[in-house]
Design a protein around this ligand. Structure first.
Ligand SMILES: Cc1cc2nc3c(=O)[nH]c(=O)nc-3n(C[C@H](O)[C@H](O)[C@H](O)COP(=O)(O)O)c2cc1C
Length: 170
């Protein structure tokens, strides 16, 4: 049976989603890639720019991905929630990679509301349902978010084992 290839890809403006993505990648022995965009999103001006980008659903330019999603069996996509939506750079990433995505799972960090709506949007942008979703508040993430991440990883490992038994049939 071949090894499962898993990629964890994420955008993070202030580091919270990065912490979660790093933990998931480590637990799954997955490759990790950060989505970088070309806007300065630091500080108040960066916050406001991010808000305008997402409210207008404005396409943003991202640095071309280094890893080809089509060479993986599973891609875990992490985003912060912006205005109850997926963040603008992850929106662009999903639009650009939609046609090549294998099985997907979603991970988000958020302040306290809007995560369900953001996950719905991710499913629509990816053009497929996720095999698992994980929503973690920034407060939980700062405390370690071990329980939520552990459950998410356990579910993913279960899927990986089942898919491997079927040799990743679609
Ligand atoms: C432009 C913008 C809009 C946001 N909108 C929401 C929101 O609608 N709901 C929410 O719970 N948190 C919202 N947040 C907070 C972030 O989702 C939260 O702080 C997240 O953990 C940040 O992740 P990061 O550090 O990986 O960027 C928003 C943050 C930004 C920058």
């Amino acid at each position: 049976m071949s090894e499962a290839k898993v990629l964890v890809v994420y955008f993070s403006r202030t580091g919270t989603t990065r912490l979660l993505a790093q933990a998931v990648a480590k637990m799954l022995c997955a490759d990790l890639e950060e989505i970088c965009d070309r806007s300065n999103r630091a500080g108040v001006a960066g916050y406001l720019r991010s808000l305008v980008d997402i409210i207008r659903k404005r396409p943003v330019e991202i640095v071309p991905a280094g890893r080809d999603v089509a060479t993986y069996n599973l891609v875990v996509i992490g985003t912060p929630v912006w205005a109850s939506s997926v963040s603008a750079p992850v929106r662009s990433y999903l639009v650009e990679n939609r046609a090549r995505l294998p099985h997907v799972a979603f991970l988000c960090s958020f302040g306290g509301r809007g995560a369900d709506k953001a996950m719905t949007e991710m499913r629509e942008l990816a053009g497929k349902p996720a095999i698992a979703e994980c929503k973690v508040t920034a407060a939980q993430a700062r405390r370690g978010a071990n329980a939520a991440v552990a459950v998410f990883v356990r579910v993913l490992k279960g899927h990986i084992a089942r898919f491997q038994a079927l040799e990743w049939m679609c």
